[in-house]
Design a protein around this ligand. Structure first.
Ligand SMILES: CC(C)(COP(=O)(O)OP(=O)(O)OC[C@H]1O[C@@H](n2cnc3c(N)ncnc32)[C@H](O)[C@@H]1OP(=O)(O)O)[C@@H](O)C(=O)NCCC(=O)NCCS
Length: 148
């Protein structure tokens, strides 16, 4: 069973540190007390995580990572959608992120566009009014129970 959990700014985020350490070789930092952290469990095991924070008039996403042996099964997509849902519910004017070169396609699927590149990676941006979490978009099925 897949479950998602939010950690509000200031919460104890120790349940998600194993994911961050495994994917990014980093632990908790000064940004965590300012961030909402999302954690995805599969059968009770922490498998994917990411965070969102507000800075200078925009929301930023970061540290979106899935354990290597759990990739390719939409857990990253679920994490990104949870973070975008949070941005949307906070009426974010813009959502930004910095991603490693080569991973832009994962974010452009949900509307992010590259706005600059540097040795640290590619900065991407999505206007808040263009956040679209419709998972049925582009799907040709017409008899799916999820489709209204
Ligand atoms: C990037 C990452 C989060 C993707 O997680 P994942 O669970 O393997 O991805 P998903 O199964 O949810 O993939 C969803 C879709 O994105 C695509 N996708 C996944 N990784 C991609 C990448 N690096 N580039 C382009 N597209 C990608 C998949 O093919 C899939 O496409 P589909 O919907 O057409 O089938 C994961 O590979 C990861 O943790 N990477 C290391 C950390 C990292 O680079 N994080 C991103 C920046 S913080």
């Amino acid at each position: 069973m897949i479950q998602g959990k939010w950690f509000a700014p200031g919460d104890d985020i120790s349940p998600l540190i194993s994911v961050r350490e495994s994917v990014f070789s980093r632990g908790a930092d000064d940004l965590d007390p300012l961030s909402w952290n999302a954690l995805i469990y599969e059968d009770g095991i922490p498998c994917a995580a990411g965070r969102i924070w507000y800075r200078d008039g925009a929301y930023w996403l970061g540290d979106i990572g899935v354990l290597e042996n759990r990739r390719g099964r939409k857990l990253g997509d679920l994490t990104l959608r949870l973070l975008l849902y949070k941005a949307q519910s906070h009426a974010a004017p813009e959502v930004h992120l910095l991603c490693p070169t080569g991973s832009e396609g994962f974010f452009s699927r949900l509307g992010f566009r590259a706005c600059s590149a540097s040795p640290e990676g590619t900065e991407m941006m999505l206007p808040g009014d263009q956040i679209d979490l419709d998972t049925c978009k582009g799907c040709p099925k017409t008899n799916c129970p999820g489709r209204k």
